[in-house]
Design a protein around this ligand. Sequence first.
Ligand code: PLP
Length: 388
Amino acid sequence: MSDRELSKAGFETRAIHAGYEPDPTTGAVIPPIYATSTYAQDGVGGLRNGYEYSRSANPTRTALEETVAALEGGSHGFAFASGLAAEDTLVRATCTPGDHVVLPDDAYGGTFRLFDKVEQAWGIAHSSAPGSDPEAVRAAIRPGETKLVWVETPTNPLLNIGDLAALAAVAHEAGALLVVDNTFATSYLQQPLALGADVVVHSTTKYAGGHSDVVGGALVVDDADLAERIGFHQNSIGAVAGPFDAWLVLRGLKTLGLRMERHCDNAEAVVAFLQDHPAVSQVIYPGLPEHPGHEVAGRQMSRFGGMVSFRVAGGEQQALDVCAGTQVFTLGESLGGVESLIEHPGRMTHASVAGTDLEVPADLVRLSVGIETAEDLLADLDRALGGA
Ligand code: PLP
């Protein structure tokens, strides 16, 4: 498909056709894994299609980078070895010592650790504010110093919602960029660039890859200058996605839309079940009318996602027992794969924020609801909660 036709096409068409035309030599409909570090030149400096060395560019990675850009509605995409590699490269491309970043007060623990233990040591300060409260974010901005306003929505693991259009206005008033970690919602459910964001971050390890078989990250922007700075730093730092990893994420993206619909269907069934369960004291899901971010989520997301958190009436020990007691839900970190996962954020993904403002409740359980048969998921949770 031509670029023009593709830009007008629907999400799933872009997911399947962006970034690659059938190979002119063989007709291969799927991009090969270009396992090559270097490229033959037609005379000194005579590069074929710009390929020189695979840290700078690799055709499998190019296909992924063009696809993530097409799915987010951006002009440029960049693929990295992990979500955190993407984040670190972004910070280096946009901040210098003396600058400041506003983080969500319930940021993913690894993002907080990156800023608190790594970026801070290199002179980039940070402070936290609830991303769900644009006025609190405004108050946390340090005029002249704040270069990035960082937001996750929904957040991990409390599923708080940030109003992206309002946050973009707050960031831009201060001359800062709005960075949106779109890992939980995915480009299928939420389009941050269209709402005013400047940079979209993904841990492609999660829903984008979708099969728990790859670690990767991505950045997408819609601005040529910013793209140039990120591209320069991507090549200079070198934390790029390898060709096989790029290929796995690309394959995952082709079914993102289908998978997300099923993740959302199953999450809704799990939420309805947990709400009626006597052992559950609170269900946290942006699709619930009582969720404080429900109205904003309804405006900026097409559905409410596959992540569900809940608190149990029996405290930390019961939360640990539930996590240890499921059979269909696998006890493990990460999220966004076809299989359902269960975890205890306080002791697992968010252990690194214990004792800080970002500490999560001890009775909290997080589910990444997979695409298995819904009845099996409900029966599994019922058994683990002591219902059968
Ligand atoms: N952002 C979010 C919301 C995450 O959940 C994660 C990982 O769990 C990351 C970023 C970091 O990504 P990665 O683990 O691919 O480095």
